[in-house]
Design a protein around this ligand. Structure first.
Ligand code: GDP
Length: 495
């Protein structure tokens, strides 16, 4: 499957950020209305959280995807999850207002995400627009603009009249060219949930942006716990799609629960596979005591692919024995996130988090450290199972195990003084050991436990007597021994 993988250019995904009232919505509206993809007639009828436009640069038509979420909540969540759904940011600064508090917040978010950005100095049509003051306020914040000794591309625009917007889009495409965003159309689609809502008539719908692969009708998608069949798939204008690829925003209807904005989604050949791969809700883990004495070590597993998860589940089942075992309480595909660590804390008995061929998000690492949750990653399955086996051994409560060594029949009780009984007997099974513990049976009923303190054969002290041998012994026991009692010699070990 992977042998056929190939990468091609991927259109950039762009987010517009900046201070309130500086013109983000106006800019997004203008671009949406004036740059519809060729062949699509008519205006936009519905507001969707992302849209795709076409822009011509140097004679070449190129696509750009814009995230259009009011308040940029999605971008914040996505950023908090450590994922970079946006490839490029446009920082809008009004020329009549300059850098303001939320400009700084946006700038901090952009820098933290480490994505390239372009500055749009907006509202240049306004009489009180002050270009040089706005530029100076940006330079003060270490935003070194091109032509001012820096390399941050910028355009002077009016979101109202459209002036400068083609130049702004040129810059976005120029940055995209430099960054060389690539994706593989032969892969199963994956990407991010930008927004999700409950539609009165149609059920749960979500806007997804595909960042890699192709999504086809008949496949199924998981985002966190939520699963949806790819049946009702539409573009940003409500047109039905049979297939979609990067960086196309789509609306997918039919999720079985509301997926959170910012979640990563993955696609599978069919619904059955998707359901098997979805992040399982934390099932209450049976406590060690509640499972008939069986100790259960709960784990949360994150892997790179459904095949790996299957293989891990298969191996994990084999671990342990009738007294202890490992249980996967939650599993999913993708990096170990803060949510996994929280679930580990929240589960009935603190779980550990295991990753296979995945990374650990920084926030997950911090959280794990803070709450002392064990997070470990592996890239070889047998190493993973070996480690789980070792952990299981150290964590499972210690048990004493009895091993039967032999049985003997008492032929004679010579004397009993205090608790020491001098007896004669013959070994019917296995052997008797000096120092061995014995359980005494009378008419098949156990009546107590004692210890062989001395053992003799033909009046000579010996360490052991094998099957068929007759012996004399001193047995320490707090109860009377009788002829015909059966004694069973046993060894106890702690495991
Ligand atoms: P947002 O909060 O950043 O999304 O800002 P809006 O797009 O809602 O714009 C805030 C106000 O500024 C609105 O009244 C817009 O009409 C106005 N506005 C936005 N861009 C321009 C512009 O380029 N020129 C002028 N004159 N007004 C603008």
């Amino acid at each position: 499957m992977h042998a056929l993988s190939q990468t091609t250019e991927r259109p950039p995904i762009v987010v517009v950020m900046g201070h309130v009232d500086h013109g983000k919505s106006t800019l997004l509206d203008f671009i949406r209305k004036s740059n519809v993809v060729a062949g699509e007639a008519g205006g936009i009828t519905q507001h969707v959280a992302a849209y795709e436009v076409e822009h011509e640069r140097e004679g070449q038509k190129k696509r750009i995807t814009f995230i259009d979420t009011p308040g940029h909540a999605a971008f914040q969540t996505i950023r908090a999850r450590g994922a970079n759904v946006a490839d490029i940011a446009i920082l809008v600064v009004a020329a009549d207002d300059g850098v303001k508090a939320q400009t700084l917040e946006a700038l901090a978010a952009i820098r933290e995400s480490d994505i390239p950005f372009v500055v749009a100095i907006n509202k240049i049509d306004k009489p009180n627009a002050d270009m040089s003051r706005t530029q100076a306020s940006l330079l003060e914040q270490h935003v070194y603009l091109e032509k001012f000794g820096g390399d941050v591309p910028w355009a002077a625009i009016s979101a109202k009249t459209g002036a400068g917007i083609p130049e702004l889009l040129d810059l976005v495409l120029l940055v995209a060219d430099l960054e060389e965003f690539k994706a593989d159309p032969t892969a199963n689609a994956q990407g991010y949930v930008i927004e999700a809502h409950r539609d009165q008539k149609r059920g749960i719908a979500a806007t997804l942006i595909i960042t890699n692969g192709t999504l086809e009708s008949g496949m199924a998608v998981t985002a966190g716990h939520a699963v949806a069949p790819v049946r009702i798939m539409e573009d940003h204008k409500g047109k039905t799609l049979k297939s979609a690829t990067f960086s196309t925003p789509i609306t997918l209807v039919g999720f079985d629960e509301l997926p959170e904005a910012g979640l990563e989604f993955h696609s599978f050949e069919n619904k059955k596979l998707a359901e098997a791969a979805r992040v399982q809700k934390t099932a209450p883990v049976e406590s060690a005591a509640a499972t008939e004495g069986r100790f259960v070590m709960p784990i949360i597993v994150r892997a790179d692919a459904i095949g790996s998860l299957d293989a891990i589940a298969h191996e994990v089942k084999k671990l342990g024995d009738e007294f202890s075992g490992v249980k996967i309480v939650q599993s999913g595909i993708g990096n170990i996130s803060e949510a996994d660590v929280k679930n580990a804390i929240g589960s009935h008995e603190t779980a550990m988090v295991i990753g296979f061929n995945v990374n650990v998000d920084n926030s997950a690492r911090d959280h794990a450290r803070q709450f002392s949750i064990n997070v470990e990653t592996f890239d070889i399955i047998y190493k993973l199972t070996e480690r789980l086996e070792e952990l299981l051994k150290t964590m499972a409560p210690k048990r004493t195990v009895e091993e039967s060594i032999g049985k003997a029949k008492l032929l004679k009780v010579f004397s009993s003084r205090k608790e020491v009984h001098v007896v004669g007997g013959s070994v019917s099974e296995g052997r008797m050991l000096r120092g061995g513990d014995v359980r005494v049976f009378r008419r098949k009923q156990a009546i107590g436990v004692g210890k062989i303190i001395n053992l003799q054969s033909h009046r000579q002290d010996v360490e052991r007597i094998e099957t068929g041998g007759e012996f004399g012994a001193e047995i320490d026991a707090s109860f009377e021994l009788q002829e015909h009692d059966i004694i069973e010699c046993f060894k106890t070990t702690t495991v």
